[in-house]
Design a protein around this ligand. Structure first.
Ligand code: DX5
Ligand code: ZN
Length: 231
């Protein structure tokens, strides 16, 4: 019931052994593959493009979790051939017509996702919350792997969880950035439903994927125990 999902950040995987990584992620029951797409403008660097993503998707059954860190992303939605069941997330800060863009995503049959940067207020959600399936709280600023948590975002997760509960809507809360052993219990305790496993929690040097997943699950359980303890 209270299963917290793991979305594996594919840019953090071992690119020289991607086939092996995909098989291991499937064997571990990873829920989503998280694709970070950056345009060198909204986010200060570049990551992967559509051809590479297509190759990965052709070789896995794990659903996609697209995270577009792209200015006016509606220009390029179709290039990702979004499928029913995928999460397709765009940034509040990057869309002039956010509601229209969410409706376009919904027309693909995807789960509609909105992402908020650390400095963005939760009030930004007020007039679109009825039309989103997944809300992502960035716990680092978009752009780079391996950054440190922006600490005030933990309180923000808690406030968003309360807001979702008060709305009565069926919305999943995703957390992206520095999801590691130290932060997972706090993130899950505050209400995270989906965790992005990146360079700090899942793809760790000297640990196998299976060892990292065992560790993440145990940290998730710690967090679940914390839920509700603050009243
Ligand atoms: C940050 C990206 C994340 C990142 C998270 O801009 O969106 O997906 O890969 O992984 P960490 O913070 O653990 O390296
Ligand atoms: Zn991401």
């Amino acid at each position: 019931m209270n299963k917290v999902k793991i979305s594996a950040s594919i840019i953090c995987a071992d690119w020289l052994n991607m086939g092996k990584a995909l098989k291991e992620l499937a064997a571990e029951g990873i829920d989503y593959l998280h694709y970070d797409i950056m345009d060198g403008f909204f986010a200060p660097t570049y990551t992967i493009g559509t051809d590479i993503i297509r190759q990965i998707r052709d070789n896995t059954l794990i659903p996609s979790d697209f995270h577009l860190m792209v200015e006016e992303p509606a220009r390029i939605f179709q290039r990702f051939t979004p499928r029913a069941g995928d999460i397709f997330s765009i940034h509040y800060e990057a869309c002039r017509n956010l509601h229209r863009d969410l409706m376009t995503i919904r027309s693909f049959g995807c789960k509609t996702g909105v992402v908020l940067n650390p400095a963005t207020n939760l009030e930004a959600l007020d007039y679109i919350i009825d039309d989103v399936d997944v809300i992502t709280i960035m716990t680092v600023n978009p752009g780079y792997t391996g950054q440190k948590l922006v600490p005030q975002t933990i309180q923000k997760i808690k406030r968003l969880k309360d807001k979702i509960d008060a709305s009565g809507l069926n919305i999943e809360l995703e957390v992206d950035g520095n999801v590691n052993a130290e932060n997972i219990p706090k993130m899950v305790g505050a209400g995270a439903d989906i965790l992005v496993g990146g360079s700090s929690g899942l793809f760790i040097k000297d640990l196998s994927l299976s060892e990292s997943v065992v560790r993440m699950k145990s940290d998730i359980n710690e967090g679940l125990k914390l839920r509700g303890q603050d009243g």
